[in-house]
Design a binder for this molecule. Structure first.
Ligand code: NI
Length: 256
């Protein structure tokens, strides 16, 4: 189902730069986040239709087999995307995350263990997010600036809290390939091509072979329709994540 509502506004109560007190003592939370020119929203499902641009997003990786194949496909087309990685997978395969970043992709936070965040308290949510941000930091010396909750399960109040205390908007999606139901590569490709509109954020997963198999046709089909591609931060009008210069805290990340 496609939402054409565009941006969804959350509570709107955002304390820019004021809510960075670390919870749980994890170092990544102490990074000074840069000022951001984009809209300050708790939750988004798609971007304003400024042009024929879509943001492809891939969740649940990195996967040792499928993610590198996907990276090859993207590189051949000079396409930049966003990977919502699972922290424990990052810790297992940091080199794949390094390659993502080296090739211009953005890394988003998809939690450490893929729980229903909506069932967790604030401390549990921050634990999942901070542990993941730390793993990403160890791999690529930068941290995610957006969250995608597993199963899309996060209340509006929780999203507001995460945005306020971690400066992370929650990024949902407006095109769902439902690739996890394994409908086959052709169906996944046709959903991507036919359901995308300007500003779409497309959800799929780089842990399923048929999804990767679908991508050449899906991407080429979008290109044939006149689309180009942006990372999540870029399609939302935020700063290009790959160009953010992080102000590092006086903390040794190699410890702990
Ligand atoms: Ni997921």
């Amino acid at each position: 189902m496609i939402s054409r509502r565009g941006l969804i506004f959350g509570s709107g109560a955002v304390l820019c730069g004021a809510g960075l007190a670390p919870v749980g003592g994890l170092a990544a939370t102490e990074l000074g986040l840069p000022e951001d020119a984009g809209p300050r929203l708790d939750t988004v499902v798609s971007a304003p239709a400024r042009g024929m641009t879509v943001a492809m997003t891939f969740d649940d990786g990195p996967h040792p087999t499928w993610t590198p194949k996907l990276l090859d496909i993207l590189k051949a087309r000079d396409i930049r995307t966003t990977f919502y990685v699972i922290g424990r997978n990052v810790a297992t395969w940091p080199d794949i995350v390094k390659r993502m970043v080296d090739e211009g992709h953005e890394i988003g936070n998809h939690t450490w263990s893929h729980p229903f965040l909506s069932k967790l308290g604030t401390e549990g949510i921050f634990g999942e997010l901070d542990r993941t941000s730390d793993a990403v930091y160890r791999a690529v010396q930068r941290i995610p600036v957006t969250l995608r909750p597993p199963y899309g399960a996060l209340s509006g109040g929780q999203a507001a809290t995460v945005h306020r205390d971690r400066e992370m908007p929650t990024v949902m999606w407006s095109v769902d390939t439902q690739d996890w139901r394994r409908p086959g590569a052709e169906v996944v490709a046709s959903r991507v091509i036919e359901l995308s509109v300007p500003g779409s954020i497309v959800l799929s997963h780089d842990i399923h072979g048929p999804t990767i198999e679908a991508m050449p046709a899906a991407l080429d089909g979008l290109i044939a329709r006149g689309f180009d591609f942006a990372t999540v931060s870029m399609i939302l009008g935020r700063r290009d994540w790959s160009k953010i210069r992080w102000r590092l805290p006086q903390t040794d990340f190699a410890e702990s």
